[in-house]
Design a binder for this molecule. Structure first.
Ligand code: 3H9
Length: 694
């Protein structure tokens, strides 16, 4: 058995060194060996104090998440930590890197805590659908106060050493020589009795302030089951004796491990890492081009957002717009954003000014000559984009990567306007680009592998979830969005109201429903898309022309004060509008449709199952490389609730047989809509397979 914990001696001090790469997770083996080393050190009369430290670039990132699908295995972390806390010799935690979850709980059970300046502290359990399970909810409020504990336990706040020192989580910070500093300190404290957090009372706090903040945090985390339970455990720390509080925490933790939300969140955790590993493998498989300077063409909201995103990563960026007024508006967007970051205290003055000055401005396309990467973000029109690329082909230096930020158009057709289609790629950012995590990287059959690898790598550098997708109408994300919107339109024809559909989709956990989203992104955009795809629409889609009707009435969505909803001055939340109800009554009458009541279950199934079907088509057609990509695209770009694990994870929970049968029934019942049930989905359903387990 490999050694994951070693016991070393420095005179009278025992050093327990955890060495379990990559992040020193507290696996069963680590717990066993830690326990063994602890026994040895405590039983050795020549040892006067202990130091617990870790090898590698992190202390301990938590319990081993891979073990959460297995039965509980002794020694249990709370028992091990109780033994450390109850030790009669002082125990010091020497902390660096990530001190997360069970790692922070380990530190809390020690009697003293010393940290290197780079350490970060968090209890991220709620983000995994759990609550801290080894004393986090009981020891943290005793050591740092209930309010600071609330932010970390319920809000999942991650703090740095300065804050940790301020709230009393750590005793000292050292610049270097963490281990030797801890050993020197151990000699000092060896003479003192152990200082046990469990014996400290929770400092007095204002319950009204606590409750108000708790309510605020929970309102931001609605739909998630773990945060209210984490709060409950934390509140019990003030009401129950330590042991009873620990037992209560443990009971909740154990129940949470097997909860559907915790399973779903674990799926997302590992899906994100699996994607990151694929991006790294891509970069290894092809030489990458260096991207040091970037030019963005088009200073609209998208172009300015992309420029902000680049400057936030420290990349010098040239924002180009041939319209001087548009460029000025872009400059204002940039300046206001950094002014706002300064006022909110997110950046200091130096950093805000450094980032502001990383963005330069120009009105001529020829000024892109030095850029390693040029991202076009002009109006969504093929002819306009092709003209821009024709010009970029003249001005860009050899070896520059030319990217288009189109959200629906054919990237191959755009690339064909240049003499170098191998250098052309899609970079589909989501609005606001400086905020949204998703970046679809659209590969054409011609794109060079090194161009794809370079852009994926840049995506990771920008902090994005960068996913390679094939070139098709709407790529992965918007293709799924389009089928949901189409189905939602059919639901209106059949008798549902926009409010019904939006309520059900919000109830599932999306931040907004399809019609609220349409009003936000613009009825005119959907109208233009439909015009562009007129030849591809089925007869039923063509006749479900609600978008054309709204457009003809000048109802363009939020921007014009009305779309599917009416918007009062300054309100982002729409209200139901008689105009739309009447429009639907008329529409159904013209189409000879007798409206019927449609239940919430049907609304949800119809909207989601058609997406699952389309996702299966995307997999079959090789537009996406893996099931995880589908899940991550919708999680990071479209607000799919993380605690439901993603679209295809959700499909597995419903059962592929249920999904496939429902789709086949609808395909028969609504033959004119041309629903093509994916062959792959049907086969998987028949064979009893699932997306996430193959
Ligand atoms: C907990 O502690 C419960 C307790 O309260 C109670 C217990 C009774 N376990 O993210 P990276 C792997 S719940 C297993 O790419 P980075 C990860 O899969 C836990 N594996 O690196 C990846 O593997 P691979 C609370 C883990 O530098 C590799 O490490 N803790 C764990 O970008 C590198 O990870 C958390 O929620 C783990 N705990 O970020 C912390 N953590 O190379 C979760 C990581 O095979 N972890 N791995 O793909 C993180 O937030 C980040 O990994 C961290 C490093 C910031 C630490």
């Amino acid at each position: 058995m490999n050694s994951t914990v070693v016991l070393q001696r420095d005179g009278e001090i025992a050093l327990l060194l955890i060495d379990n790469p990559p992040v020193n997770a507290l696996s069963r083996q680590v717990r066993e060996q830690l326990l063994e080393c602890l026994h040895q050190a405590l039983g050795d009369k020549t040892v006067t104090a202990l130091v617990i430290a870790s090898e590698g670039n992190t202390f301990v990132a938590g319990a081993d998440i891979k073990e959460f699908d297995l039965p509980l295995q002794a020694p249990h972390l709370p028992d091990l930590l109780a033994m450390i806390e109850n030790a009669t010799k002082p125990v010091i935690a020497a902390l660096h890197g990530s001190v997360f979850g069970g790692g922070l709980e380990l530190a809390l059970a020690c009697h003293y805590r010393l940290a290197e300046g780079n350490a970060r502290f968090a209890l991220p359990e709620v983000s995994l659908g759990l609550i801290p399970g080894a004393g986090g909810t009981q020891r943290l409020p005793r050591l740092c106060g209930a309010l600071a504990a609330l932010e970390m336990v319920v809000g999942g706040e991650r703090i740095d050493t300065a804050r940790a020192l301020q709230i009393g989580l750590i005793d000292k910070v050292v610049a270097t020589e963490l281990r030797s500093s801890a050993i020197s300190w151990a000699y000092e404290v060896a003479q003192r009795p152990p200082r046990r957090v469990r014996e400290q009372p929770i400092p007095a706090y204002d319950a009204a302030v606590f409750n108000e903040r708790a309510a605020q945090l929970l309102s931001k985390l609605s739909g998630q089951e773990a945060p209210p339970l984490a709060l409950e455990a934390l509140q019990q720390a003030s009401r129950l004796p330590f042991e009873a509080g620990m037992a209560h925490e443990r009971e909740i933790f154990i129940a949470r491990r097997q909860s559907p939300q915790a399973h779903a969140l674990r799926h997302v955790f590992f899906a994100e890492r699996e994607l990151a590993a694929r991006v790294r493998a891509h970069a290894r498989s092809a030489p990458t081009r260096s991207i040091e300077t970037v030019a963005v063409i088009g200073a609209g909201l998208m172009g300015s957002g992309i420029a902000l995103c680049l400057a936030n990563t420290g990349i010098p960026t040239l924002l180009v717009d041939t319209q001087e007024q548009a460029l000025e508006r872009g400059r204002l967007v940039v300046e206001r954003y950094y002014q706002g970051s300064l006022e909110k205290g997110k950046l200091n003055a130096d950093e805000a000014s450094r980032r502001t000055s990383l963005i330069r401005y120009a009105t001529t396309l020829s000024s892109v000559a030095d850029a390693d990467l040029i991202i076009e973000a002009v109006f969504e029109d093929l002819a306009i984009k092709q003209e821009v690329f024709r010009q970029l082909d003249q001005f860009a230096k050899p070896g520059a990567i030319l990217a288009t930020n189109t959200s629906y158009l054919d990237v191959t057709a755009i690339a064909s306007a240049t003499s170098r289609p191998g250098d052309v790629i899609g970079m589909h950012f989501f609005s606001p680009a400086q905020v949204m995590r998703l970046l679809e990287v659209v590969r054409t059959p011609q794109v060079l592998p090194e161009v794809l690898a370079s852009v994926l790598q840049l995506g990771a550098r920008l902090g994005k979830t960068a996913i390679a997708v094939g070139n098709c109408y709407g790529f992965a994300g918007n293709r799924l969005l389009a089928v949901r919107e189409r189905e939602a339109g059919f639901l209106l024809e059949e008798g549902a109201s926009p409010q019904d559909v939006d309520r059900v989709i919000r109830g599932f956990g999306f931040p907004m429903g399809p019609f609220e989203l349409r009003d936000l992104s613009g009825v005119d955009i959907a109208w233009r898309n439909r015009q562009g795809r007129a030849g591809h629409l089925s007869e039923a889609e063509r006749r479900c022309d609600l978008i054309e009707q709204l457009h003809a009435a000048g109802r363009l969505g939020q921007k014009s004060g009305a779309g599917y909803y009416r918007y009062e001055q300054g309100q982002r939340r729409g209200v139901a509008d008689e105009f739309v109800s009447q429009m639907l009554v008329e529409h159904r009458r013209r189409r000879g449709i007798t409206p019927r009541p449609i239940g919430d279950d049907e609304i949800l199934a119809r909207c989601l199952f058609v997406m699952i079907n389309e996702a299966a088509h995307l997999l079959e057609q090789g537009i996406v490389d893996s099931v995880n990509d589908i899940d991550l695209v919708w999680l990071h770009g479209y607000g799919f609730p993380r605690y439901k694990g993603g679209l295809l994870y959700y499909a597995d929970q419903v059962g592929l047989a249920t999904v496939a049968t429902a789709l086949s029934n609808w395909a028969r019942a609504f033959a004119e809509r041309g629903i093509e049930v994916s062959g792959m989905l049907q086969r998987m359903a028949e064979e009893g397979r699932s997306f996430t387990h193959g």
